[in-house]
Design a protein around this ligand. Structure first.
Ligand code: NAD
Length: 353
C-alpha cells in the first residue's frame, strides 16, 4: 500500500487516528486536517465500506473539506472528520458509540464530532455521555444546536437569493423558476422558504411520492428525477447527491445559476471551468451549505465556555453566507477562475496553507 502522506488526499493532514476496539467491534478513522483556526470540527459518518482504503479516502477528503468549510463560515474551528466502518448489516450498538466517544475524548478536544450520514441526534446525545467534544446537542428551539438541516436550508435559501440578484439582477425570487433536485431535509426546507417568497418551483426526488407531496403542499410541479437537471429554469438547486456536475451534465443544464446544499457537487476540478464557460453562476457547495455547521459549532463553542448561543446568533452568522458568495463571484469574474477554485484559494489562505 502506498504511504498515505504521498497521496493527494493526504494534503498535509495534521493527524489521523486509527481506532479499533475488539470488545465492541468498533473500527474507526479520525482524521484531523487542520487545527490552525481551532479544534478540528466535523461529523462522524457511520457507513459500510467495501474496503478500508475507501474509508480512509473518505475520511481524508471529508476532513480537508471541513477545514475549508469552517474557515469560509468564519468559525474559529479547524477541520476534521471521522468514519466508523460498519459491517454489511450496518450494526451500530450503544457500546460501539461509547467506545467511539472514548476515542474522541482521548484526543482532548483536537477533534469535535457532529451528526453526519448514518447518525442521529440521539446518537450524538449518547456520545455526549462519554465526551464533551460533540457539537450540536439539542437545547431547545431558541438556542443553537439540534438538527443541522433547517439551518442548512436557511443558508441555501439566502444563497439562492444572492445568486438570483447577482446573475439576474432581481432583488426577490418572486416568479423566479427554481428546479430542485432532492426533497429531503435540506431541499424541502429551502423549497418552503422559496415558495413563501413566491418562487416558481419544480421539484424532483428519486422517491417520486416525496416530490409530489411537497409539490402539492407548495403549489409546485414535480418531474421525474432524471428530468430535473435538464429542466429549463433560472436556478438549478442540487440538494441530493454529490458529483452531479460533470462535463456532460453541465453541457445539458438550461439555467443561469447552480446553487444548492448537496456536498461535493463538482465531479472533477475542470468542471468548475465548464460552468464559467457556459456563463452559469455557481455557488460553491461548502460555502452555501455551511448553515448546519454554523448551528452545531456555535452550540459547542458556547457550551465549552459554560454558555449557550441563541438561534438569533446562528441566523445572524448564516446571514453572512451571501457576502462570502459575492466576494467569490467578484474574484471569479476578475480572474476568470471557477468559483470553486476561488473558494478553495480563499479557504487555503484562511487556514494558512
Ligand atoms: P436527505 O437524505 O434528508 O435528503 C436527500 C434527498 O435526496 C432524499 O429525499 C433522497 O430521496 C433524494 N435523492 C437521492 N438521490 C437523488 C437523485 N438522484 N435525484 C433526486 N433526488 C435524490 O439529506 P439532506 O440532509 O437533505 O442532505 C442533502 C444533501 O445536502 C446531501 O448531499 C448532504 O451531504 C448535504 N448537506 C446536508 C446538510 C444537513 O444539514 N443536513 C448540511 C450540509 C450538506
Amino acid at each position: 500500500m502506498a504511504a498515505f502522506w504521498t497521496e493527494a488526499d493526504w494534503d498535509d493532514h495534521e493527524r489521523v487516528e486509527l481506532v479499533h476496539d475488539r470488545q465492541t467491534g468498533l473500527t474507526a478513522i479520525i482524521a484531523i486536517h487542520s487545527t490552525h483556526r481551532g479544534p478540528g470540527g466535523g461529523g462522524t459518518r457511520f457507513w459500510h465500506y467495501a474496503d478500508p482504503a475507501g474509508a480512509m479516502k473518505d475520511a481524508l477528503r471529508l476532513s480537508r473539506g471541513m477545514s475549508y468549510k469552517n474557515a469560509m463560515a468564519g468559525l474559529p474551528m479547524g477541520g476534521g472528520k471521522a468514519v466508523v466502518l460498519l459491517d454489511e448489516n450496518r450494526t451500530k450498538t450503544p457500546e460501539m458509540l461509547a467506545a467511539f466517544a472514548d476515542a474522541v475524548e482521548a484526543l482532548g478536544g483536537a477533534y469535535v464530532t457532529a451528526q453526519d450520514v448514518g447518525a442521529s441526534e440521539a446518537d450524538m446525545v449518547a456520545i455526549s455521555q462519554h465526551t464533551q467534544h460533540v457539537s450540536g446537542l439539542p437545547h431547545g428551539d431558541d438556542l443553537a444546536g439540534g438538527d443541522p438541516g433547517p439551518s442548512t436550508s436557511y443558508g441555501v435559501y439566502l444563497g439562492i437569493k444572492a445568486a438570483v440578484e447577482h446573475a439576474l439582477g432581481k432583488d426577490s425570487v418572486l416568479g423566479v423558476h427554481i428546479a430542485m433536485q432532492g426533497c429531503g431535509s435540506v431541499g424541502s426546507g429551502a423549497a418552503r422558504l422559496l415558495a413563501r417568497d413566491g418562487a416558481k418551483l419544480t421539484l424532483a426526488d428519486i422517491d417520486p411520492a416525496r416530490a409530489q407531496a411537497l409539490a402539492a403542499e407548495l403549489g409546485a410541479s414535480a418531474v421525474p428525477a432524471e428530468a430535473i437537471m435538464t429542466t429549463p429554469c433560472d436556478v438549478f438547486s442540487p440538494n441530493a447527491l454529490g458529483a452531479i456536475l460533470t462535463t456532460d451534465s453541465i453541457a445539458a443544464l438550461d439555467c443561469a445559476v447552480v446553487a444548492g446544499g448537496a456536498n461535493n457537487q463538482i465531479a472533477c476540478p475542470e468542471d468548475g471551468l465548464a460552468l464559467v464557460e457556459r456563463n452559469i453562476l455557481y455557488a460553491p457547495d461548502y460555502v452555501i451549505n455551511a448553515g448546519g455547521i454554523i448551528n452545531v459549532s456555535l452550540e459547542y463553542l458556547a457550551r465549552m465556555k459554560g454558555e449557550t448561543s441563541t438561534r438569533e446568533e446562528v441566523n445572524r452568522r448564516i446571514g453572512q453566507i451571501p457576502d462570502r458568495l459575492r466576494e467569490i463571484w467578484q474574484e471569479s469574474a476578475a480572474t476568470g477562475l471557477g468559483a470553486d477554485v476561488v473558494a478553495d484559494r480563499m479557504a487555503q489562505r484562511l487556514i494558512g496553507r
